[in-house]
Design a protein around this ligand. Sequence first.
Ligand SMILES: C[S@@+](CC[C@H](N)C(=O)[O-])C[C@H]1O[C@@H](n2cnc3c(N)ncnc32)[C@H](O)[C@@H]1O
Length: 198
Amino acid sequence: MKRLTHELANSPFLFHWLRKLPEANYRATKSRLAALRDRLAPERVLDLGCGTGEFAGLFDARGYLGIDVHPGYVRFAARARPSHRFVCADALTWSGDGEPFDLVLTNGVLHHHDEATARQLLLAGLRHVRSGGWLTVIEDAHLAGRRGAALIHALDEGDFVRTPEAWRNLVGACVPLEHEETYVSGICPYHLMLARKP
Ligand SMILES: C[S@@+](CC[C@H](N)C(=O)[O-])C[C@H]1O[C@@H](n2cnc3c(N)ncnc32)[C@H](O)[C@@H]1O
């Protein structure tokens, strides 16, 4: 089953469209990100692990940069949103864009990585945030008793879906959290964390 998921996920088109159904087109995530955008008013936004650019449209194209390690996803994103900027790069080694960002968003990336790599990615993301700027992490979360979500997580490519507490511990060990919340988008539970870089 995992192999089939891997094959499907490797196709940017299928990856982009198939995920929308269990996620109810990410309505719950998009409304939270739109509220954060309106409150924080970031000019420069880095979408770390942007995938096919699903969330790019929430941000002004002039200040947005999406990076992802999958070249097919980056090509798909660039075709779908020609005014936004996308770069194919590994976030662990990417040297940055010259200037830091007001907001770094990483959504659904860390559950693909073990604790040590997830921590390195967080620290890499934080390096690109300006002092006083923001880091937002949204991650797939285990919630007891949610059978639909358990099925989605079993099919998910990411092997490291964590509980909200585990996410809090992992992210909170890298930067103090200002806000966190657990919510459900479609049938998928998420944990959102917001931190301000000192
Ligand atoms: C579940 S997808 C989420 C994509 C997008 N953020 C979204 O929510 O639609 C995880 C993404 O993280 C990317 N990714 C994982 N590790 C990465 C790394 N080290 N550097 C850049 N991208 C990475 C994958 O290629 C994939 O596109």
